[in-house]
Design a protein around this ligand. Structure first.
Ligand code: ATP
Ligand code: MG
Length: 362
């Protein structure tokens, strides 16, 4: 019998602050996974694209950076941003060009309460299944299109425009992805979020396309929320929600709220997907570089592990992905947690425990 070992080539961009610690932790866990299970391996290549190097070199990514990334099967990203570089420069220097140029038009953000952790909503969400959401964020246009301009910049009459761009093509493809996601989940329920009462162009087109696409998915139950009312519903009626689709800006905000409601921003994962699979997709925890705790070795690596599990699933290793998540939850269930989740372990302690659990499981 010949067994074929599949090699998944992974580009790693640790970036800044705790991005470095949690990427190292994720690589360790992924290596343990591939050493324990047969049939696949990971080939990691690390890129030192960070704010520190930006200050020395004047660039985040070299001119052929995107071409280099295209050669990989997936990209693993830590975090970018540091207090001595304005946020819009670090964002537009690295992560936004990757998302845009590699056609990663979907950002998927699962949220649930992991075993052994508690939601701050303990009066509404009393057991883990009460809060189990899948937020689908439009990742390529809308409010983060980068269009606009400033005039009279340094005068009292300064004017700036920030133009949101919505296209039928862009809306339709995110809606289809959201409906497919909703259909694949047990509750088959999709909530669409806009602000079409106040924003009367793009948001109205968003509503219109939603209802059109909905006709193709009669088995999916739908409802519509305004974004302000949505924040209230997430807090007071978490059980009433399942799959959620929203624009770039709205979903950015809602998913930070979702992460906090699930227990800690340190556990939340995200996937930047090119559903056509012509380009590599990118996986990253949703938290930032956390300068306040950087270098202390106490960052929660769970969001990094969950993001790694989503990456493993995307490259086709279903069993390994499920095993990794099982290992993570067995560890949190035993109370092996970092401080943000009320535990007293550090990054290394949780990482060691997850590696040991993987070896026990398989
Ligand atoms: P960005 O602009 O990159 O999103 P931010 O400043 O908005 O960054 P984070 O860097 O995510 O936010 O940090 C927000 C807070 O959450 C900080 O107090 C940080 O210490 C905490 N935090 C973020 N990630 C983690 C983690 N993995 N483990 C523990 N605490 C975390
Ligand atoms: Mg943030």
């Amino acid at each position: 019998i010949h067994s074929v070992t599949k090699v998944h080539r992974i580009a790693c961009i640790p970036g800044d602050g705790i991005g470095v610690d949690i990427t190292e932790a994720a690589i360790r866990v992924l290596s343990t996974l591939s050493n324990t299970l047969s049939g696949f391996e990971f080939d990691f290549t690390t890129f030192d694209w960070s704010s520190k190097h930006y200050l020395e070199r004047g660039w985040y990514m070299p001119p052929d950076g995107l071409e280099q990334l295209k050669k990989f099967d997936a990209i693993y990203f830590g975090a970018v941003g540091w207090p001595n570089v304005p946020d819009h420069i670090s964002l537009w220097g690295l992560i936004l060009p990757i998302r845009k140029s590699l056609n990663q038009y979907v950002n998927v953000r699962p949220t649930r309460v992991l075993q052994g952790t508690t939601s701050p909503l303990s009066s509404c969400a009393t057991n883990p299944t009460d809060l189990d959401w899948m937020i689908i964020r439009e990742n390529s246009e809308g409010e983060y299109s980068g269009q606009g301009g400033t005039s009279h910049e340094d005068s009292p009459n300064a004017i700036a425009t920030e133009v949101s761009i919505f296209t039928r093509v862009g809306i339709e493809r995110i809606m289809r992805f959201a409906f497919e996601t909703a259909r694949s989940r047990p509750r088959k329920k999709l909530t669409m979020v806009t602000k079409s009462n106040a924003q009367r162009h793009g948001m109205v087109l968003w509503d219109k396309v939603f209802y059109e696409v909905a006709k193709e998915y009669e088995d999916v139950e739908t409802d519509k929320m305004l974004v302000d009312a949505m924040t209230v519903r997430m807090v007071l009626q978490p059980k009433s929600l399942d799959t959620i689709v929203a624009t770039n800006l709205h979903a950015d905000i809602l998913s930070d709220l979702a992460a906090a409601l699930s227990g800690s921003i340190g556990i939340a994962p995200s996937s930047n997907l090119d559903p056509t699979r012509k380009n590599p997709s990118m996986f990253e925890p949703i938290h930032g570089s956390a300068p306040d705790i950087a270098g202390e070795g106490i960052a929660n690596p769970v969001g990094a592990f969950w993001s790694a599990a989503e990456m493993v699933r995307w490259v086709g290793e279903q069993k390994a992905a499920d095993g990794l998540m099982k290992a993570v939850e067995n560890v949190t269930a035993r109370g092996v947690k970092t401080k943000d989740l009320g535990g007293n372990e550090d990054t290394k302690g949780v990482t060691n425990a997850v590696c040991a659990e993987i070896e026990t499981l398989f």
